[in-house]
Design a protein around this ligand. Sequence first.
Ligand SMILES: CC(C)(COP(=O)(O)OP(=O)(O)OC[C@H]1O[C@@H](n2cnc3c(N)ncnc32)[C@H](O)[C@@H]1OP(=O)(O)O)[C@@H](O)C(=O)NCCC(=O)NCCSC(=O)C[C@](C)(O)C(=O)O
Ligand SMILES: [Mg+2]
Length: 358
Amino acid sequence: MRSPKDFFKPLAIGAPQPVREIPFRPSRMIHFFDPSNPKMAAKVPDIAKGVDIILGNLEDAIQADRKVAARQGLVDIAKATDFGATQLWTRINSLDSPWVLDDLTTLVTEIGDKLDVIMVPKVEGPEDIHYVDRLIAQLEARAKLERPILVHALLETASGVRRVEEIAAASPRMQGISLGPADLAASRRMKTTRVGGGHPGYLVRTDPVGDDLSEGRQTYQQDLWHYTVSRMVDACVSNGILPFYGPFGDIRDTVACEDQFRNAYLLGCVGAWSLHPVQIAIAKKVFSPEPSEVAWARRVIKAMGDGTGAVMIDGKMQDDATYKQCLVVAELADALADRDPELASAYDKATEEALAND
Ligand SMILES: CC(C)(COP(=O)(O)OP(=O)(O)OC[C@H]1O[C@@H](n2cnc3c(N)ncnc32)[C@H](O)[C@@H]1OP(=O)(O)O)[C@@H](O)C(=O)NCCC(=O)NCCSC(=O)C[C@](C)(O)C(=O)O
Ligand SMILES: [Mg+2]
């Protein structure tokens, strides 16, 4: 770890000044596409208009013999497309792969001015972030970039989870962390072959009634990812960066996808990945607070005045802490409303109705 005094110094002569704060931009979904797939690539300009983040994937899910085509495809798309307020990200190949050096060199020098964030997969510890941090700085200097590219780590190894706090604190470039449930399951030797979501075997069972151990006992499926997501959220928030849930692989099961995304939302994540167009609307719905929640939050904030003391609203005690909880929801709503006029009017309408009854 660098000295706190040097932490915000550029790591290469001529590289841009690191950011001191990670800006919060709407980040409800990171939409993945394969830049080597002409059909998918052709849809990117249109899809980009309806998502918060669009990500050109170069790593897993891209066949080995399509890696170079994917990299070049991303360069071409980035150069040809105006992404407006939508963020452009990429996921580079893993640091032990034969492709990553060319991924970084090509992308930073050719489209570094368009790229907001580089996602680094299979991060094992802070040393992986330090490696890309310096290399990106050297390439930024070469490309004469004026704005630093941020880094997002993928939490998908047991070692990464063990050192997630160090990863989150490794560089001022760290923008956030996503959970990678498939590689993480493999790394941990978990016996699930699903990409995220629950498992019918991971459950708790109610106690037996009387002597009969088998009849009348309810079972409840549990969340395999609760510990990891919670730990990731703490690591991120305590370092001023953003936590994301990752992918939900059962594209057909939109119901369970929504549940998984909502669990992550309630635990503090700002967004999740969409692998297929059908998952975009799910993420948008789940990671935008409900109008009734926003109305409630705004009502509490109004009633609490300077945010101190205690008041009762609809039979519920409100104090300094609930005021802060409400600020979380209201500030998120304001940030999303800035970008989404439909949400803005839904929030305002619900607030008006709620305040009218006070
Ligand atoms: C699952 C797949 C193969 C189904 O693709 P499909 O073509 O079979 O599906 P479809 O339902 O027939 O597609 C309908 C239409 O949507 C298009 N389409 C479909 N998907 C997209 C997309 N993403 N973006 C834009 N367009 C898309 C597709 O081209 C088609 O267009 P058409 O109507 O003109 O024929 C496909 O959706 C896909 O390849 N998605 C991305 C997969 C991916 O990026 N995986 C890697 C991330 S997850 C991961 O890496 C794990 C992690 C974190 O590392 C760890 O946990 O360890
Ligand atoms: Mg993975």
